[in-house]
Design a protein around this ligand. Structure first.
Ligand code: AMP
Length: 419
């Protein structure tokens, strides 16, 4: 398989799919540029070799072309600054101008295409309303046909294809997967970020040092079932935290007051607990909670046993006894995966548990554990607490990371690696 390190880009044009889907504020200013920075080593290597880059990304979920709200032009100055070259901008990713700009691109130069998702062909899904299923099926067929032309067009800009968009690797889109078919084995490869993400997932799921502890937080059991089920065949300890706690507590007969609960998932919670037992997995549940008399940072609070929450009160974070139990398990681990906060960390008064978990992970990492933090809110947590440098790896992938942990094949990876 080709690798970015081995490949000499001198005189070559590289189509580089990145994930620059970064958050912008109301003035179109970037509020978190992590994903842009993460792709820089790949882009810089190509230019340093004497190659040129065609940078391609999506941004947001536009449903028409063009849609200025989602224009990548907003991030162009910042990307240029980080890359250290003046990046040219193609106002359309699949129009005549883009093709002309790509054909005129010189070694050492960079251009960026407008938002790929301005075209429905990128995702291969027809947009609009359909009166009948037949109409929808017919539209889908046309979009799929057009997707081939769109993909061929993107591929025609370049001599080689580099996929560095881990955040979008779970999508089988034109620029993330289908385009790879237009390049032979020696001219398609992963970028450095993709490689790092894949190594991190491999270390967690395959090349695992034990004990392996996963901390699953966040709001709902329903959105984490597949991951939890897959983890039950891999981990030694599974710490359940966040809003999910109360569905488990209620299923076990506890009083949870007004805490978040999925009443239709009580049986499932019990089922997961018995599966854990059958697999010899140590499930670690909260024993106490920081409860509040309203869903607000300024609510009155107190600490109570997790299964004795009075009516009118809700658990918004773990309590000190739980923090201690979680920290002990984490500090004795050699592999750690953290997905999801222990409480409503957006409220300052309910960040303590998540911070304690983060700090325990940092301590374990100092002692040689491999720690991976990923999936949206836990990344926001480690950044908020300034702990990102103390963990082994912070993933840029939300959904993609979770699907990889569920054990699914990611189309963006399969398109290059073949499996
Ligand atoms: P997820 O996207 O599933 O990882 O969930 C993250 C969200 O879970 C965050 O916005 C947290 O505020 C929320 N969350 C964590 N703990 C609780 C809780 N005890 N009650 C309500 N929401 C929670």
């Amino acid at each position: 398989m080709q690798t970015i390190d081995k490949f000499n880009f001198a005189g070559k044009k590289a189509f580089v799919r990145v994930d620059f889907n970064v958050p912008l504020d109301e003035n179109s200013q970037i509020t978190d540029d992590t994903r842009i920075r993460a792709a820089m080593p790949t882009l810089k290597k190509i230019l340093a070799d004497g190659g040129s880059v065609i940078i391609a990304s999506h941004m947001g979920r536009p449903n028409k072309n063009p849609d200025s709200k989602y224009s990548l032009k907003a991030i162009l100055p910042h990307v240029s600054k980080l890359l250290g070259v003046n990046i040219k901008f193609a106002p359309d990713c699949a129009g005549e101008e883009a093709a002309k700009m790509a054909s005129e691109l010189k070694p050492g130069e960079a251009m960026m295409l407008e938002n790929l998702r301005f075209y429905e062909e990128e995702e291969g899904k027809p947009r609009g309303e359909f009166a009948t299923d037949d109409e929808k099926a017919a539209a889908k067929k046309i979009t799929k046909e057009n997707q081939k032309k769109f993909t061929a067009k993107l591929a025609s800009y370049a001599d080689c294809y580099v996929n560095d968009a881990f955040g979008t690797a779970h999508r089988a889109h034109a620029s993330t997967a289908l385009i790879a078919n237009y390049f032979d084995e020696s001219n398609k490869m992963f970028g450095y970020l993709m490689e790092k993400e894949m190594i991190a997932v491999h270390k967690i799921m395959t090349d695992t040092a034990r004990p392996f502890t996963a901390i699953m937080g966040g709001s709902k059991v329903s959105s984490k079932i597949d991951i939890i089920e897959n983890l039950l065949t891999k981990v030694d300890n599974l710490i359940i935290a966040g809003g999910m706690t109360y569905t488990f507590t209620k299923a076990l007969g506890g009083k949870i007051g007004n805490s978040l609960c999925e009443d239709d998932k009580l049986d499932l919670a019990l089922d997961l607990l018995s599966k854990a037992k059958a697999n010899n997995v140590n499930i670690v549940l909260a024993v106490d909670a920081k409860i509040a008399d309203a869903f607000s940072n300024d609510a009155n609070t107190k600490f109570v046993p997790v299964n004795e929450i009075p009516d009118g009160w809700q658990g918004l974070d773990i309590g000190p006894k739980t923090e201690k139990i979680f920290a002990e398990v984490i500090k004795a681990s050699k592999t750690i995966l953290w997905n999801g906060p222990t409480g409503v960390f957006e409220f300052e008064n309910f960040t303590h548990g998540s911070r304690a978990v983060g700090e325990a992970i940092v301590e374990a990492t100092k002692k040689g554990a491999f720690s991976l933090v990923g999936g949206g809110d836990s990344v926001a947590c480690v950044n908020k607490f300034g702990l990102a440098d103390g963990v082994s790896y912070v993933s840029t992938g939300g959904g993609a990371l979770l699907e990889a942990i569920e054990g699914r094949v990611l189309p963006g990876i399969e398109a290059i690696r073949g499996y």
